[in-house]
Design a protein around this ligand. Structure first.
Ligand code: PEP
Length: 259
């Protein structure tokens, strides 16, 4: 059984001081919990301070994005070497807000995934369909294309170092969660794609997170689904109480042998 992985995406919220107090709260709220993998992804401006606060704790730090090049004339961008140097272990790649507002393509996401792996960063690769795509019944095809291109050219050793997050765009920040059945259908489909490409043994080890309006009161019914290994949490990760309640909720359900 895998420990649940709960990652908080703080998006463009929190000054450095605010981020430090949130990180301190989460560190205190999770220090006894050895049964979950906990990750927080603050904005770039707070990474240094949050990495210092969380050094040696149960909570790992991730960045929300990075450029695929190691260095160069890319004004305003941040490289994998830079985030690694600060102490980050994870990096979110291909979030739907990056795709939607910054026109990031699956090919660009794939370049980032490959460089992240070179720097021993664990990419959290996001996939997910829009409402129009779901209504047109094309959600499986859309996610398959994102999967195929974003994870192209990876071998078994590479994919074992990746996390996949299924985030239906219509559920992000809207308060509309996918039903546990909708989430499980897509997670099982992604698991099947992983099995076809990398074999059952590798596929079973890969974390597939669900993201989209996860809250303390819905984590239990999501995490009990067999292919939901954790959650990528936006809004509810911005408060210590709600984020720690999600971590505890997921841990209790998994420790109770619900899956
Ligand atoms: C996200 O931004 O990855 C996300 C899932 O946001 P929210 O939990 O607010 O829907």
């Amino acid at each position: 059984m895998k420990k649940p992985l709960i990652a908080g995406n703080w998006k463009m919220f929190k000054t450095a001081d605010e981020a430090v107090s949130l990180a301190q709260g989460i560190k205190a709220g999770t220090y006894k919990n050895q049964d979950a993998l906990v990750v927080v992804c603050p904005p770039f401006t707070a990474l240094h301070a949050v990495c210092k606060v969380l050094q040696g704790s149960n909570v790992s730090v991730g960045a929300q994005n990075m450029h695929p090049e190691t260095e160069g004339a890319f004004t305003g961008e941040i490289s994998p070497a830079m985030i690694k140097d600060l102490g980050c272990r994870y990096v979110i790649l291909g979030h739907s807000e990056r795709r939607q507002f910054f026109h990031e393509s699956d090919t660009f996401v794939n370049e980032k995934v490959k460089t992240a792996l070179k720097y021993s960063l664990i990419p959290i690769v996001c996939v997910g369909e829009t409402l129009a795509q779901r209504e047109a019944q094309s959600h499986l095809t859309v996610v398959k294309n994102q999967f195929d291109v974003s994870l192209a050219d990876l071998g078994k050793e590479d994919i074992l170092k990746c996390v996949i997050a299924y985030e239906p765009v219509w559920a992000i920040g809207t308060g509309k969660t996918a039903t546990p059945e909708q989430a499980e259908q897509m997670h099982a489909y992604i698991r099947r794609l992983l099995t076809e490409k990398f074999g059952a043994e590798v596929s079973a080890k890969i974390y597939i997170l669900y993201g989209g309006s996860v809250k303390p009161d819905n984590i239990a019914i999501l995490i009990e689904k067999p292919n939901v290994d954790g959650a990528l949490v936006g809004g509810a990760s911005l408060k210590t109480e709600s984020f720690c309640a999600i971590v505890d909720g997921a841990t209790e359900k998994c420790s109770a042998g619900a899956k």
